[in-house]
Design a protein around this ligand. Sequence first.
Ligand code: GLY
Length: 371
Amino acid sequence: MMNTVHVDLPGREYDIHIGPGLLAEAGRHLADLGGRRHVCILTDENVARLHLADLQAGLSAAGLTSVALTSPAGEATKCWAQLERSVEWLLAQKVERNDIVIAFGGGVIGDLAGFAAAILRRGVRFVQIPTSLLAQVDSSVGGKTGINSPSGKNLIGAFHQPSLVLADTGLLGTLTPRDFLAGYGEVVKYGLLGDATFFHWLEAEGRALAAGDMDARVRAVTRSCQMKADIVQRDETEQGDRALLNLGHTFCHALEAATGYSDRLLHGEGVAIGCALAFELSARLGLCSQEDPSRVRAHLRDMGMKVDIADIPGDLPDAAGLLDLMGQDKKVVDGKLRFILARGIGEAFITSDVPREAVMDVLDDALRGRV
Ligand code: GLY
């Protein structure tokens, strides 16, 4: 069972293959790209321990040799020091323009390796082999690459599309339930932003999917990638529609900053809470019915996910403090907060026209457990 989503960007088009067992076939898929039959893999310690031998076996089955550089697992790896280490290692491996670099890991490795590939010799090809649900449905697709700065997340980077994405859904079985559900936050986001039918399907199948139903996993990853591909094709560099993918993210970034990007709140958990708050704000502004935020929250709750600000352990700033953190997000344009709001489930839109008081009220009530 393998699905393929094609990303149709003129001159930079690529396929996303989705299904279990793709690691074993990685060599065949990479060989189709041409180039040297020797590839360099960037990965992290956890993924290397669990899956690197399988990937390398899959490559050698098609006659490809490979070497790997392993970085520490975790967000701190998206930094100048690891970028320099990766790029210098790739140069030492004599990677040339036509060669292929593999990003083998979750969002952190995908962003770091993609950026290393973007700047090495002014750009070499790279293949994303995402291992987390979040990376399979979001970060490995669409060409956003980069590292963090002390001034903020993802502030240093480039758009650099991969030449191929292999989303082996068999690997999702080794994720912790918490990591899986965090990635599921991004899956729900797709339904909420543009496909009510998909959201209804998730309401029915989400639990089976989380429990390991492979057909459901393949279907959810495929639909998510298809929706992302459609948006990226319309707006590769986020001049407009691509911002729809940031549903829930304005709230999320404030909550992540308030929790120090720590284990207290994973990105996908923040996205889920942020989506619930975006629907709450939309309902209060009279844009959608009050049933919509209730339905969003009910599904997240049913999945055993974090839903409310109160589900985040530890202290948080007050509403004014959170609003201030929102203002530091890079999605601020001319000092105006940009929100993705919704006219209903599956009907998100972008607006800069949101009264600060309305946002303050939602945050204030959420902090008091009144949402
Ligand atoms: N993760 C949002 C985007 O790729 O645009």
